[in-house]
Design a protein around this ligand. Structure first.
Ligand SMILES: *[C@@H]1O[C@H](CO)[C@@H](O)[C@H](O)[C@H]1NC(C)=O
Ligand SMILES: *[C@@H]1O[C@H](CO)[C@@H](O)[C@H](O)[C@H]1NC(C)=O
Ligand SMILES: *[C@@H]1O[C@H](CO)[C@@H](O)[C@H](O)[C@H]1NC(C)=O
Ligand SMILES: *[C@@H]1O[C@H](CO)[C@@H](O)[C@H](O)[C@H]1NC(C)=O
Ligand SMILES: *[C@@H]1O[C@H](CO)[C@@H](O)[C@H](O)[C@H]1NC(C)=O
Ligand SMILES: *[C@@H]1O[C@H](CO)[C@@H](O)[C@H](O)[C@H]1NC(C)=O
Ligand SMILES: *[C@@H]1O[C@H](CO)[C@@H](O)[C@H](O)[C@H]1NC(C)=O
Ligand SMILES: [Zn+2]
Length: 667
């Protein structure tokens, strides 16, 4: 491509990219033709939502889509129209300058045969980005890219206006990986039935609004936590690994077309507070999707930086003045080291005026006036079960400064209630509202490793946190002005199908005999988690276990739930709790993952159904639930797409108005 002077060589994008004829590998996600428009067809916008547009014109050198010897046509045009009006050139439509054309190439494999034959397809590209644009008027928009001798790629967008705010504040809870089947299982563990009728229920069961969301991503029907959280928080479908930024063909992390999240809009438009709480390492995808932008969720250093100073790179839209609070795990991404440019983010945040803490004691001692950063562990925070029942495991949990024995960690409830106190007090002083994303992150992490008890413990902790949150909001007089949404980002294929006599199972010496321990239908019996050992499930009185109402009396009953999975690696099941450590179902050798030789040796073998390169369970297609309380809760009823949730939150907060930043934020 000498004539065009291509200058950038780009690495292979093998695993990402949907060719017209290729399912497994895509030339470029969300770009079925040789002309790409980001945001792609079917993207809808909140009126005034800021975003970047990127167009690409591609010409494969060879393969089934080869075009013009690999030379893309430089005379492409990009036009837009509103509500059936005339198509107008993009520069006139948005009153922006025509940016320079970027030229580069990349290669990809069309399919598994091409990969085996090591026959990649090189593709030359011309691209342009239009940054920091907004659509104010509601209605239907059409964007048309004309390229390569008369081909066209169209994107149809809708802009929705929401003018009237119903709610002043919002709390958005995410139960990561939480499918309805897990909620049913958690209820069975923690709540007692008498003759088939529940005598108490989950807080989630009492929500005045209940719905379901479809989680498909932009380019695949199974989603990950980055693109699903981006959908929930921006109202845009994204590609795998994308955080509020469309994966383009450059393979680069930061120049991608970005979309503003509802939390960023809330800050920009109302000057409101923004807080983030998670039990994962805080650079993980769900917390990151609240306010950061990159096509690669693994850019942890940048994600921590973006929380504080805003978008990485030369493409910022407006000054982001930092999140108001950040509570979670993951000190490893804050410590000085080559990956972090040798600086301590803890020092940096302290200099920027944040209170910084490393323990639950310090969290509780924070004043409620100043911004706050609290990171409690090296990696993820310990599960509820480890913190509350099998505490010996905390000997192994690692503190932020690298010592074994992280005993002074908060739970989701501690972090969430403190976050509300800080955000609410700061908001009051500034005459604004506040917003909080709180993630029960370990439900997903524990489901991946098939550690059902730890996952359900964290699910019950989420339920307990929602209960405590609603009570706390009432106490501080903000219940009537706060929308509370609880949902998930995706599910896992999991369900309970009976009970297992763990004592009998252990004592048998053949796998087939061990399977006799599972009782189905009438032999499943009643939940043995809600009664003390030795007491008949049908006669005992109300009984709260050591962790109180809403949690099981025992986690280690003889008759445990028997559970099955849509996706799992080779593993052994004994259905009994793993007291000493989190489960590791499969370990790897040169031919892939096999039964872990130290996991559940008294269990029976279940041959995995996943690619042998997967050592953990994977996400599944199932719809996930949505619960809502407070002003605007009625918007969350029925079946909706994950993207609709962002629009409904925006509607409840009145974010979709033809706004020009009306209320400046003050630190
Ligand atoms: C891709 O770009 C590199 C660097 O400019 C160039 O050497 C190479 O020939 C290009 N590849 C194709 C297929 O045009
Ligand atoms: C395309 O051409 C390159 C050489 O430029 C070659 O290495 C590759 O195998 C070809 N790919 C296909 C799919 O034919
Ligand atoms: C921003 O621009 C500078 C100067 O052109 C460049 O060195 C830097 O790499 C750019 N940053 C990013 C993230 O693209
Ligand atoms: C970080 O420190 C290491 C070791 O002292 C040094 O080799 C590296 O160049 C430093 N990196 C930066 C970005 O300063
Ligand atoms: C968090 O937990 C997940 C699942 O156990 C694990 O893969 C990941 O490495 C952990 N992250 C950190 C930073 O410890
Ligand atoms: C890996 O482990 C499995 C189970 O122990 C064994 O059957 C297999 O031969 C091992 N493969 C290699 C390459 O070591
Ligand atoms: C916002 O700004 C745009 C462009 O500057 C202007 O056309 C529009 O009328 C303004 N809207 C409001 C509500 O001030
Ligand atoms: Zn997951």
């Amino acid at each position: 491509m000498v004539a065009l002077g291509f200058s950038t060589a780009v690495a292979i994008l093998a695993a990402l990219a949907t060719g017209a004829n290729a399912q497994t590998f895509r030339r470029t996600a969300a770009c079925p033709k040789l002309g790409c428009v980001f945001p792609p067809d079917q993207a809808d916008f909140i009126a005034g939502q800021t975003f970047d547009i990127r167009i690409e014109v591609q010409a494969p050198v060879n393969g089934s889509e080869a075009y013009n010897g690999g030379v893309p046509d430089p005379s492409f045009t990009f036009q837009l129209s509103h509500d059936g009006g005339d198509l107008v050139d993009v520069t006139k439509f948005f009153s922006v300058e025509d940016p320079a054309v970027d030229k580069y190439n990349f290669t990809y494999y069309e399919d598994l045969f091409a990969q085996d034959n090591k026959a990649p397809t090189p593709v030359n590209v011309l691209s342009k980005s239009f940054r920091n644009v907004q659509l104010h008027k509601p209605g239907q928009y059409k964007a048309v890219l004309s390229y390569n001798n008369g081909q066209k790629t169209e994107a149809n967008w809708e802009v929705l206006e929401f003018c009237e705010a119903k709610a002043k504040n919002v709390i958005f809870f995410v139960g990561d990986g939480m499918a309805t089947s897990m909620i049913s299982a958690a209820r069975l563990l923690a709540h007692k039935t008498v003759n088939g009728k529940y005598k108490s229920k989950l807080k989630l069961d009492e929500a005045p609004a209940y719905g379901a969301q479809m989680t498909h991503s932009l380019d695949s029907f199974i989603t990950d936590s980055a693109n699903s959280a981006s959908a929930l928080f921006t109202g845009k479908k994204m590609t795998v690994n994308g955080l509020n930024a469309y994966t383009d063909s450059t393979g680069k992390a930061f120049a991608n077309a970005k979309v503003e999240t509802i939390f960023e809009m809330y800050r920009r438009i109302t000057g409101g507070q923004v807080g983030i709480v998670s039990k994962a390492y805080i650079a993980d995808a769900t917390p990151a999707a609240v306010v950061t932008h990159t096509s690669q969720r693994s850019q942890y250093t940048s994600i921590i930086e973006q929380y504080l100073v805003g978008i990485t790179g030369n493409y910022s839209w407006y000054p982001w003045q930092g999140v108001d609070l950040l509570f979670g795990g993951g000190a490893e991404n804050f410590l000085p080291g080559p990956g972090n440019g040798n600086i301590s983010q803890f020092d940096r945040w302290a200099k920027a005026g944040y209170q910084v803490g490393y323990t639950k004691t310090q969290l509780n001692a924070f004043n409620n006036d100043d911004r706050a950063l609290a990171i409690f562990t090296r990696g993820n925070i310990s599960t509820w079960l480890d913190q509350n029942v099998y505490k010996k495991t905390l000997d192994l949990a690692v503190t932020p400064d690298g010592k074994a024995g992280a005993y002074d960690q908060p739970g989701l409830k501690d972090m969430t209630i403190k976050a509300i106190d800080i955000l609410s007090q700061r908001a009051k002083k500034r005459g604004t509202g506040w917003s909080l994303m709180s993630e029960a992150a370990l439900i997903d992490k524990e489901m991946h490793v098939q550690d059902v008890d730890r996952a359900l413990g964290d699910l019950l902790e989420l339920d307990d946190t929602v209960r405590a949150t609603l009570e706390h909001l009432e106490k501080i007089g903000e219940l009537d002005e706060t929308l509370v949404v609880v949902t998930a980002d995706h599910g896992h294929g999991f369900d309970v199908y009976g009970s297992a006599d763990t004592k009998f199972l252990k004592e048998q010496n053949s796998d087939r005999k061990k399977r006799n321990a599972v009782g189905v239908y009438q032999n499943s019996g009643l939940s043995a988690y809600t009664v003390p050992q030795g007491v008949s499930p049908t006669v005992h009185d109300e009984y709260a276990g050591p962790q109180g109402e809403g949690f099981p009396v025992t986690w280690d009953p003889r008759y445990a739930i028997a559970h099955g999975w849509a996706a799992f690696p080779d593993k052994r099941e004994d259905f009994a709790i793993n007291v000493d450590h989190e489960r590791v179902p499969a370990t790897k050798n040169a031919s892939g993952y096999f039964f872990n030789p130290t996991d559940n040796l008294d269990g029976f073998a279940m041959t995995g159904n996943l690619d042998v390169s997967e050592g953990q369970g994977v996400h599944s297609l199932v719809d996930v639930p949505i619960y809502a309380w407070g002003p605007g809760h009625e918007l969350f009823r029925g079946v909706m797409g994950n993207v609709d949730i962002a629009f409904r939150v925006a509607e409840a907060l009145g974010l979709g108005k033809d706004y020009n930043a009306t209320k400046p934020y003050t630190k």
